[in-house]
Design a protein around this ligand. Structure first.
Ligand SMILES: [Zn+2]
Length: 281
């Protein structure tokens, strides 16, 4: 069992050594050993997932990985911290590095590389992702910390971007009061500003919808046309249909993605079919 302790911090080792559970002989498969460590967890300071993996797959590979990624003396930690949340003590950088290189199967990866005497592949891939992020995005914002950079790298690194243009777009979105989810800004611009759902753009409130509906319906009734402006220009039975409020949705007259505001003067009510057809942009 002793060999598994080397992957743990000193205080954790002591906790386990002091634990009465040590009376159990521990010889078994990796998954049995992992279960054993989880049991030990109950009595000591809980090990997090990566600490468990380090213990289960302890060996030269984990030792080298921790020297690089769980080492507060490493001068790169500050740079990494701009994009990765967590700390060296809790194995967060090591965990990300393994997650990225393995595509989310850190356990498998560690099992396969357990007795490797280098961590070249992990290190190279990790640095490639970090360099891509810092090279693509000139500015560092708080919301960038902890984004799924491994996935974003895989999805978007083949495309070319103009960092200056991206920076301008990001600053504009960052200052836009209608953007509720700032963390979505980076993926939004990487995807060519096509998917506003990522930004959780503020929608029209009920009072605005109601007053727009009333004004629009009144005017439509006067003209004898549908209160959905798109139905009114059509040629079918809905041309003169007066929809109930519950059968309509609010739409940006000037699309939000082209600078239109979420304000009463830019609100129009459309029947649900037309609103869906127009796309909620
Ligand atoms: Zn309509």
């Amino acid at each position: 069992m002793q060999q598994y302790f080397s992957g743990l911090a000193k205080d954790k080792q002591e906790k386990i050594l002091n634990s009465t559970l040590l009376v159990y002989e521990c010889e078994g498969t990796e998954s049995e050993i992992k279960e054993w460590f989880k049991t030990i967890n109950i009595v000591g300071v809980p090990l997090n997932e990566q600490e468990l993996l380090n213990a289960v797959y302890s060996g030269p590979f984990v030792t080298l990985g921790k020297e690089e990624f769980s080492n507060s003396q490493n001068s790169n930690v500050q740079k990494w911290s701009a994009y990765i949340s967590g700390s060296v003590d809790r194995q967060d950088f090591w965990e990300r590095a393994l997650e990225w290189v393995s595509g989310g199967n850190a356990g498998d990866y560690m099992s396969r590389h357990r007795f490797d005497t280098n961590i070249k592949e992990v290190k190279t891939y990790f640095n490639t992702v970090i360099d891509w992020v810092s090279g693509t995005f000139a500015d560092v914002e708080n919301e960038m910390r902890g984004l799924e950079w491994g996935r974003l790298y895989e999805e978007y690194h083949d495309k070319s971007y103009n960092p200056r243009e991206l920076s301008e777009k990001i600053q504009q979105l960052y200052g836009d009061p209608y953007v509720k989810n700032r963390k979505g800004i980076w993926e939004y611009v990487l995807g060519g500003s096509q998917n506003p759902n990522l930004l959780d753009v503020r929608v029209f409130d009920d009072a605005t919808k109601k007053s727009t509906y009333v004004a629009q319906t009144k005017a439509a009734e006067k003209k004898g046309v549908s209160n959905c402006p798109l139905c009114a220009t059509g040629h079918d039975a809905n041309k003169t249909k007066i929809w109930a409020l519950k059968d309509m949705d609010a739409d940006h007259v000037d699309a939000w993605s082209r600078g239109g505001k979420t304000s009463p003067e830019n609100c129009q009510m459309l029947c649900k079919t037309h609103n869906r057809a127009k796309g909620n942009r």
